[in-house]
Design a binder for this molecule. Sequence first.
Ligand SMILES: [Cu+2]
Length: 368
Amino acid sequence: MQGEYYIYAMNAMLRNNSISNNKRVLWVILIVFVGFAFYQILLNNNSSQLKVKPAQLSSDGVDEAAHAMEAISDAGVSMAKEDKGLNELSYKLDGTTKVFRLTAQPIKWKLFEKTYATAWAYNGTVPGPLIHVTDGDKVRIIMKNNLPEPTTIHWHGVLVPNSMDGIPDETQKPIQPGESFTYEFVARPAGTFWYHSHFNTDKQIGIGLSGAFVIKPRGGLNPKPDIDKVLMLNEWRILSKQTYPAMPATDMDANLFTINGKAFPDTENINAKVGQKVRLRFIGAGQLIHPMHLHGFPFKIVATDGNDVPLSAQWTKDVISVAPGERYDVEFVPDRPGKWMLHCHIPHHTTNFHKEPGGLMMMINVTD
Ligand SMILES: [Cu+2]
């Protein structure tokens, strides 16, 4: 309509001046062209202010990013049958290949006391099961997707062939709801690794789709620790009993923090005896850094991201900052009894719904 008005106004103006017909036509064309271009620029500016188009994360036509910030649907989601994650996953042998099965599905997961998350979980627990194998083992993992959206698994740090790396649309097709995908590779090298969704990760990892993948060296660790424990750190956002994916810097900040799927006081304690060697394998499974501090004893960093640290290079620390994706294996030998706390040293991360104590706290109970 604005364009028509331009033509009308300019025609009227030009008629009043004594310009030849040919020139008049040229002028009208020029003015209409400039007017139209200007109108288009205005239109584009307005629409980019009104609708910010979020980045597409997948090729399935779903606007994943806008979708990702909604509450996780709890319609028809049932309570988890188990209360503890990282249970060692059993396998069946097919020749010399260890065959594992993972099923991803929504569950209600208790984070602490009466607070439950609607989680997306592998085999019904948060974190998913611990896959514990030996360096050089042939493994096959059959992954069934019972989630309401596609997913894939990435074997973080394991030296898999490229086709098993779990990158949607790059190395494999996303696993659609109801479908399965078979991952097969040789588990190597020895170390602390983890597996997690690599589809719509901003949402899927944080709401539970991760687990531990520990490859032990042939013959076992030497010296063997008396206590060997994986500690996966993660964050959650629960508002009015609804679960939202915790997304830092988006006004979707976390308000709950978990070690192995539990917030203090429901975190698991570790019981050790004076003189025992304790190995803790930290995995940063969330989106925030967590400087984990141990009371009572310094520890040595014996492995970083699954790689052994040579004896002469092992730092002695009492705080280890575990960034997203990182793994740190630390070892210590308690020399006196007590209830020694292990906690994140960002004090907000030791709260539940802004109340302390909570979150990333647990006790190492040492007895004689
Ligand atoms: Cu923290």
